[in-house]
Design a protein around this ligand. Structure first.
Ligand SMILES: C[S@@+](CC[C@H](N)C(=O)[O-])C[C@H]1O[C@@H](n2cnc3c(N)ncnc32)[C@H](O)[C@@H]1O
Length: 222
């Protein structure tokens, strides 16, 4: 088994190669979660979104088209190059910015400066349990009080769970990528010190993938 650092570097390289090989790796259409999230953020009066693990930007561009101002980050420069190119082509570059960032590092924004954070299929990547907790704490730090965090992850109800080879620390390998499957206990653990708005099971894609869509809010001071 690779150490945490070795696995992280290998995964970054794996994603970079996958994005270089395919300019629309996750398709051109926004995810179901992005469509749902745009409605939620709009109804909450949010106008700025920090997207983590944005990939080539199918969701960042969709959110920008809906009028949000989006700062998208990922640890693949190839993905972000594609995102910037597409934003420019669509004339959305005034509403979408992109920056290279590994979410194992502290998030760049200052405390309580972000309206909403969105992460589609990022938290189920190759993170240790401790890294997940620290990332979620960082997200809470940068959100304004009352700010929203929506994330999606693979669920332990997914058909791959228990069938893909386990590579240690609760992570599984699928097509060269490492992933974690979330059960309800982990969803609830990551919502400690948050207001959990909902953990909704849904399916997406041809296989289909079984997922959780989780909404949690940073409590406003009483
Ligand atoms: C399954 S893809 C989802 C991409 C995008 N959210 C979408 O739905 O199209 C996971 C993304 O997380 C990124 N990622 C994985 N580990 C990361 C890390 N430690 N820091 C930043 N991005 C990471 C990958 O580069 C990849 O773009």
């Amino acid at each position: 088994m690779k150490t945490g650092q070795e696995l992280a570097r290998a995964q970054q390289d794996r994603w970079q190669r996958a994005y270089l090989a395919d300019p629309t790796l996750h398709g051109a259409e926004p995810s179901a979660a992005a469509r749902w999230t745009a409605k939620l953020f709009g109804a909450a009066g949010i106008d700025d979104v920090l997207e983590l693990g944005a990939g080539q930007g199918r969701d960042a561009l969709y959110l920008a088209r809906q009028g949000f101002s989006v700062h998208a980050t990922d640890f693949s420069e190839a993905a972000l190059d594609q995102l910037r190119l597409d934003a420019q082509r669509e004339g959305l570059d005034d509403r979408v910015t992109a920056a290279l960032h590994d979410v194992r590092d502290p998030l760049p924004p200052a405390d309580a400066t972000v309206g909403a954070v969105y992460a589609n299929l990022l938290l189920n990547m190759a993170f240790t349990h401790a890294e997940l907790r620290s990332l979620v704490n960082e997200i809470r730090r940068v959100l304004r009080p009352g700010g929203l965090f929506v994330y999606t992850v693979w669920s332990t109800d997914d058909l791959c769970y228990g069938k893909c080879p386990e590579i240690g620390d609760g992570l599984f390998a699928k097509g060269g990528f490492a992933a974690r499957f979330f059960d309800q206990a982990l969803v609830h653990e990551l919502a400690e010190r948050w207001e959990l708005g909902g953990a909704d099971a849904y399916q997406e894609g041809p296989e289909p993938r079984r997922l959780w869509r989780v909404t949690q809010a940073k409590p406003a001071p009483k």
